[in-house]
Design a protein around this ligand. Structure first.
Ligand SMILES: Cc1cc2nc3c(=O)[nH]c(=O)nc-3n(C[C@H](O)[C@H](O)[C@H](O)COP(=O)(O)OP(=O)(O)OC[C@H]3O[C@@H](n4cnc5c(N)ncnc54)[C@H](O)[C@@H]3O)c2cc1C
Length: 437
């Protein structure tokens, strides 16, 4: 089949890879000059199968209300005259119950396991190097109350088959000795040894290169303008060159929409409404002055809700979320405060370890759904259109598996996981071989 993939982030490129594996003729379109230049560019770097709780839980509305007025709060909701934002917010509230949380976690654990297995196979097959560290993720707490809540959370996740261990302060420091200077403030932690970290941009760009070597065509610097449709089918994708302005209609047997937060606008004219809303996040990447004193285990700092990952001789600090539309500027007072707070916190945790004089700041829009579960499956309005979008906080974690699963669905096969795919995709079968003992 001829297949056009719209979007070359981790999700689009992974999908392209698995479609090529099945012998399809693949064209990938993106408005940027290379892969992974938007949300997949400088994220928290965590392959976080075991820390996958969605934002929506029974306590979330109270926490969000408490944070509303703080410029440096982990989650900032800026109400706008935007019906999509309000619809998303209301839908989010419906997920803030214990039963919805349990249901959503179950799905995210399934997708995470499947994706981790897919990633490991893909890396073994291709040998892609991307500053991968298989050292687990350590979540540490700087208040006793938060630690106790974290221990309860670990128990809940263990019920879902996740190996999340509760550690006292000494055990935390044994897992990551680089935290020693901050040790007196640590009350304990939780640790998931099977999680890992690595650079999503490097991985995606190298995978795109391998796709090109296997025959994929990449149409860079092209805006996707619209989908042409007739009789329940997509008949073409209208694109325009950013360099020449020239428009063309790409014709294929099937189309994959993997444009993250921009996917709903593309599908709206078909009458298909997706609850994906951008949640702006930030990262700072610092050069290490003393690499031997820097952490290698990927960290979650509960006090600030930030991730810290080692990427070779650099450290990445990422986090915070703002529900405030599609703005990707870095120079507003809020953005400046949020970026500065990442570096300030790193210096509190690891004094003198990194060069804080020239931080590389970045912002990206997490394509967030109220459940944190992505749309993977067939469009409800066009039978040759497939969706792979809405991966929220976990698109790097779920990238390989989402691409793999969609390619399987498109081939008429059920991926080996118990997951509620979108549309009338095939029912999935339980993932027996990878289920924990
Ligand atoms: C601060 C932050 C930290 C994060 N940390 C983690 C983490 O530690 N672990 C994790 O698993 N996930 C993390 N994430 C989430 C993860 O980065 C995203 O879920 C993932 O990158 C989404 O991938 P994507 O391919 O869907 O989107 P993208 O990478 O944004 O790809 C979509 C592509 O579509 C293209 N596009 C969009 N519209 C058009 C158009 N009209 N025409 C042409 N091209 C178009 C864009 O150029 C882009 O290349 C984090 C996100 C943020 C913001």
């Amino acid at each position: 089949m001829k297949i056009v993939v719209l979007g070359a982030g981790i999700i689009g490129v992974s999908t392209a890879w698995y479609l090529l594996e099945q012998g399809h003729e693949v064209t990938v379109v993106d408005r940027q000059p290379d892969a992974a230049l938007e949300t997949s560019f400088a994220n928290g770097a965590q392959i976080s199968v075991s820390f996958c709780e969605p934002w929506a839980n029974a306590g979330a509305p109270f926490k969000v209300a408490k944070w509303l007025l703080r410029e440096d709060s982990p989650l900032l909701f800026r109400p706008r005259m935007d019906p999509a934002q309000w619809r998303w917010g209301l839908s989010f509230l419906t997920q803030c119950t214990t039963s919805a949380f349990e249901r959503n976690v179950e799905q995210l654990v399934q997708l995470g396991r499947y994706s981790h297995a897919s990633l490991k196979t893909l890396v073994a097959q291709t040998g892609i190097e991307y500053e991968r560290l298989e050292r687990g993720i350590l979540h540490f707490f700087s208040s006793q109350a938060d630690f106790e809540a974290g221990a309860v959370g670990a128990e809940i996740m263990r019920r879902h088959g996740v190996d999340r261990r509760v550690l006292n302060r000494d055990e935390v420091l044994k897992v990551e000795p680089a935290l020693a200077a901050f040790g007196p403030h640590i009350h304990g932690g939780t640790f998931t040894p099977s999680d890992e970290s690595g650079d999503a941009r490097v991985f995606t760009q190298k995978l795109a290169q391998l796709c090109a070597e296997r025959g994929a065509t990449f149409l860079w610097n092209h805006d996707v303008l619209a989908l042409e449709h007739s009789g329940g089918q997509i008949t073409g994708a209208q694109v325009a060159s950013r360099e020449t302005g020239k428009k063309l209609a790409l014709k294929a047997d099937a189309y994959v929409a993997a444009m993250a937060s921009y996917t709903p606008a593309l599908l709206k004219p078909l009458g298909e409404y997706l609850a994906i809303y951008p949640a702006k996040g930030y990262s700072a990447t610092l050069r290490l002055k003393k690499p031997e004193q820097a952490s290698v285990v990927s960290l979650l700092d509960d006090g600030r809700k930030i991730a810290i990952s080692r990427l070779g001789d650099h450290i990445r600090i990422a986090g915070t979320a703002e529900l405030a539309g599609f703005d990707t500027s870095l120079d507003s007072p809020t953005s400046r405060a949020r970026c500065a707070s990442l570096v300030k916190r790193y210096e509190e945790l690891f004094p003198g370890v990194a060069d804080t004089s020239e931080p590389k700041y970045w912002t990206g829009l997490r394509p967030s759904t109220p459940t944190n579960i992505p749309y993977i499956g067939r469009s409800k309005k066009a039978s040759n259109l497939w969706l792979n979008a809405g991966h929220g906080t976990l698109g790097w974690t779920h990238g390989a598996g989402s691409g793999h699963a969609l390619a399987e669905l498109m081939a008429g096969r059920a991926p080996e996981m118990d997951f509620a795919f979108y549309g009338d995709a095939l029912p999935a079968k339980p993932i027996r071989s990878m289920a924990p003992a």
